[in-house]
Design a protein around this ligand. Structure first.
Ligand SMILES: N[C@@H](CCC(=O)N[C@@H](CS)C(=O)NCC(=O)O)C(=O)O
Length: 224
């Protein structure tokens, strides 16, 4: 086991991303299975590590990094070898960056997270205010933005950048599964894409690792 790597956080569409990258790269790691909205991100111990009080967070020895998209990119670059999870040629790398920014800004922050903030039930309307019209508009915006992804996949490419599975696919897949949770209807091409990405061993193992229950028995070892 690489005792240098510790990942903080389980249970959300953002926390599964680094679990997935770690498993794709075959890296052993320790996990602190803290949850969002539980008070666990606000403890003094955690706040020293991450003053932003957010999960996920990765510790790699003395180095600490937050933001799920940055964590998976860091892991891929440091541990992925020549081209694993990130394209290395200039144009491919630029295209990869373009997709990563598109996904975390347009699909995640501007659409799905807005829906979460203003939804009741499992959403955060009790904090940010209930707004069915904002939720509906954000859902519509998501579907419009998603057409760009659908178009990119119409040439039968296996993954977003072509044959190579990259961290952009990790980001996109987690947004698509999140959208399904909100009962947004995804086009067939994207459902097929989702079938390919979620049938990867890395995803299946990460999904289990991202469940808090998975750590309840193992947590003594994990949290020590
Ligand atoms: N853009 C950040 C978002 C991180 C974020 O907002 N995490 C939420 C959970 S998904 C969180 O930690 N919220 C603070 C809390 O719930 O205590 C990322 O992708 O890592």
């Amino acid at each position: 086991m690489n005792s240098e790597l510790t990942l903080w956080g389980v249970g959300t569409s953002r926390t599964i991303r680094p679990h997935w990258a770690l498993h794709e790269l075959g890296l052993a790691y320790g996990c602190k299975p803290i949850l969002a909205r539980s008070g666990e991100t606000k403890t003094p111990e955690y706040t020293v590590l991450n003053p932003r009080q957010k999960i996920p967070l990765l510790q790699d020895g003395a180095f600490t990094i937050g933001e799920s998209a940055a964590i998976v990119a860091y892991l891929a670059r440091k541990y992925g070898g020549a081209s694993h999870l990130i394209p290395v040629d200039d144009a491919g790398h630029a295209r990869w960056l373009e997709w990563c920014f598109f996904i975390v800004t347009e699909l995640d922050a501007t659409s799905l997270y807005v829906m979460r903030r203003h939804s009741t039930g499992k959403g955060l309307a009790h904090i940010y205010g209930e707004s069915p019209s904002v939720v509906a508009k954000a859902g519509e915006y998501f579907m419009v933005q998603l057409k760009h992804v659908e178009l990119a996949l119409t040439d039968d490419r296996r993954y977003l950048l072509g044959d190579q599975f990259t961290t952009a696919d990790i980001l996109l897949t987690t947004c698509l599964t999140w959208a399904l949770d909100y009962r947004l209807n995804l086009p067939d091409g994207l459902m097929q894409y989702l079938g390919r990405t979620t049938s990867r061993d890395g995803y299946r193992v990460a999904r289990e690792a991202n469940r808090q229950q998975a750590f309840q028995i193992a947590s003594q070892a994990c949290m020590s």
